[in-house]
Design a binder for this molecule. Structure first.
Ligand code: S3P
Length: 208
């Protein structure tokens, strides 16, 4: 398991509609790295859209192309930021290759994901029931490869540097930092409204 992204690719995984491409682009800008959207790269290389590739070759054919594109992208020696399609983790080969990268899972609630992707023409987002089942089935695969789990660009950037970012994370300190050694805690108060932030509750064990 990688602790940070220093010298490694940052790879964003997560279900359809989780914002991998948007977060990836922003993260790449912040880190001064190149960004690669794998779905877009596949479409450009094939000269066809993903729905067309699914229609022509079926899901299996698409997965073979996707696996190959990921193999090529990960072999680049320059650490970049990559956003993978939501189903890329179904390949055991890809999951295995991801061990050398810093993998960030972009979490998304299935309701919001469905609202974002319904009607977009994604081949695996045609039926709400199937979409929900797929979301459920994929969770163990995402968890298997993830070095960090985030929901926004601050989270990706901090995770890439080896920091854990989570609202309310102080309440889960014991769980997030196993063991009983000293802990360095950087607390940030994030608020969109101009209200006074409540004082962070102190961790149950001493932070130094
Ligand atoms: C897929 C997700 C899509 C795209 C293809 C299959 C999936 O990418 O690769 O339609 O199996 O979840 P996004 O996650 O970028 O929508």
């Amino acid at each position: 398991m990688a602790l940070n992204a220093l010298g490694r690719h940052v790879v964003l995984v997560g279900f359809m509609g989780s914002g991998k491409s948007t977060l990836g682009r922003e993260t790449a800008q912040r880190l001064g790295r190149a960004f690669l959207d794998l779905d877009q790269a596949i479409e450009e290389r094939a000269g066809k859209s993903i729905p067309e590739l699914f229609a022509e070759r079926g899901e299996e054919g698409f997965r073979t192309i996707e696996e190959h594109a990921i193999r090529v992208a990960l072999s680049s020696p320059d650490p970049g930021v990559l956003a993978l399609g939501g189903g890329a983790v179904t390949s055991a080969e890809t999951r295995n290759r991801l061990r050398d990268s810093f993998v960030v899972l972009c979490e998304i609630d299935v309701e919001l994901a469905w609202r974002r992707v319904r009607g977009t023409g994604r081949p695996l987002a045609q039926d709400e029931g199937d979409f929900r089942r797929l979301h459920e089935q994929r969770q163990p695969l995402y968890r298997e490869v993830a070095d960090a789990t985030v929901s926004d660009a601050d989270g990706v950037t901090l995770a890439a540097g080896g920091a854990h970012y989570e609202r309310g994370g102080v309440d889960r300190l014991g769980e997030l930092v196993p063991g009983d050694g000293p802990v360095a805690l950087l607390a940030a108060c994030v608020s969109r409204r101009r209200t006074t932030c409540p004082r962070a509750k102190g961790p149950s064990r001493s932070a130094s």
